[in-house]
Design a protein around this ligand. Structure first.
Ligand code: NAP
Length: 372
């Protein structure tokens, strides 16, 4: 296959132009090849795709073009816009760009598992913030991991840019063994559970978090614990567990019969449950648990590798081994990792576990690891 004009360039394909995609393009705009600056990192963004289509630039988009995408959100304005072909994007890009040296960057929330596998099988590299491929079946996980961190990087799928995955991988690569992990991995649930409110007006807490932009547009996506369950699968698999997403039953913070109504009706029911305490009802039970607790509740992933990788996702009081989570406030994430070498003094990693700018920075760091 022919190289493109700048065959020394590292060619990047960005898939997803949402919150993280835009922040990433902005950061990449400051790094792309700049002939006027000798020694500058030779990166070229040769294709940008979203759900609507894909735009190509054989020699790499200019900083100005990338900033334009960030500002006006219309990639169809770019030269070469054509239909996005899902998994077929790999051969599409190879044909258009004419190089084998490609890194596909997935910053969507779509199921692009086939695209990841296709790119890796054809010898390319993949960087992802998207949890779906790494939480697909164990067979897919094993194949993805078989390409190693030089070709497949997924740091931002758990704890955003916090260096959690690389620390777990380093521990295992150097012969250490993971004994257990406790983690608070949901910024939105962290925010909701740490509002100062002694009466535990849960609906009001959720409403405040929604207004402040901490939750998904439908807060049930957070309150169901499903997103946390995906992160739990990633942590457990890294620690050596054979686990499927369907094996995990995250504790939901709303009753199952509220799963199908509209968002507005859901919020009304939640707020109503603050004022109308009905004995025996799900929300009343939840509130009683919280009011009577001797320590604050946190929504945690708990993995015990010494008990056959026993894995739990749900509310826990921050006492005993979970005491470090008591002081956690707001959307901050915290990981406490016990290994054979770090048993008495576990590894503790904390910081922002979400946010487009920090996540994009973590994705970019993964890209640079591959490029270097
Ligand atoms: N936001 C954070 O703080 C954060 C932190 C860690 C990890 N993540 C992960 O990063 C990913 C992106 O998050 P986000 O907040 O940027 O999401 P977002 O704003 O919803 O953006 C998603 C982007 O993906 C594109 N897309 C959706 N389906 C696609 C498909 N089939 N093919 C190609 N493109 C497709 C969308 O295209 P359109 O623009 O055409 O709709 C959109 O540009 C998610 O997996 C999320 O879990 C996010």
């Amino acid at each position: 296959m022919m190289g493109n004009k700048f065959s020394d360039l590292h060619n990047i394909v960005v898939i997803g132009t949402g919150n993280v995609g835009k922040a990433l393009l902005k950061q990449l705009a400051g790094l792309v090849r700049c002939p006027a600056r000798p020694g500058h990192l030779a990166l070229a963004v040769v294709a940008i795709a979203n759900e609507n289509g894909i735009a190509f630039s054989e020699y790499g988009f200019t900083s100005r073009q990338m900033e334009g995408i960030v500002l006006d959100d219309r990639i169809e304005r770019l030269k070469g816009f054509s239909q996005f072909q899902g998994c077929g994007i790999v051969s599409q890009v190879r044909r258009r760009i004419g190089t084998d040296s490609l890194t596909f960057v997935d910053v969507t929330a779509a199921d692009l598992t086939d695209l990841h596998l296709e790119a890796l099988r054809r010898g390319h590299a993949v960087v992802t913030a998207n949890k779906k491929p790494v939480t697909a079946s164990m067979d897919v996980w094993r194949e993805l991991m078989s390409y190693g961190p030089r070709r497949y990087r997924f740091e931002c799928t758990c704890g955003a840019a916090l260096p959690v995955i690389r620390i777990l991988q380093d521990c295992i690569a150097t012969g250490d063994r993971i004994l257990g992990i406790s983690a608070m991995v949901s910024g939105s649930l962290g925010q909701i559970l740490s509002y100062e409110d002694e009466s535990y007006h849960f609906g009001r807490r959720v409403s405040l978090a929604c207004e402040a932009g901490y939750t998904e547009p439908d807060p049930r996506d957070d309150l169901s614990g499903k997103d946390v369950a995906r992160k739990a699968v990633i942590l457990a698999r890294l620690a050596g567990a054979t686990v499927e997403l369907s094996d995990i039953k995250p504790e939901s913070l709303f009753p199952p019969e509220w799963a199908d109504c509209g968002v507005d009706e859901f919020m009304e029911r939640l707020l109503d449950s603050d004022d109308n305490v009905v004995p025996g009802e799900f929300m009343t039970e939840l509130r009683c648990r919280m009011v009577e607790a001797i320590a604050p509740y946190r929504y945690l992933v708990t993995l015990d590798c010494e008990r056959n990788h026993w894995l739990e996702v749900g509310l826990k009081q921050a006492i005993g081994s979970q005491a470090p989570f008591a002081d956690l406030h707001g959307p901050r994430n915290l990981f406490v990792i016990r290994t054979e070498r770090n048993d008495t003094h576990p590894i503790v990693i904390g910081g922002a576990g979400a946010g487009p700018v920090v996540t994009a920075g973590g994705v970019l760091a993964d890209i640079l690891e591959i490029v270097h």
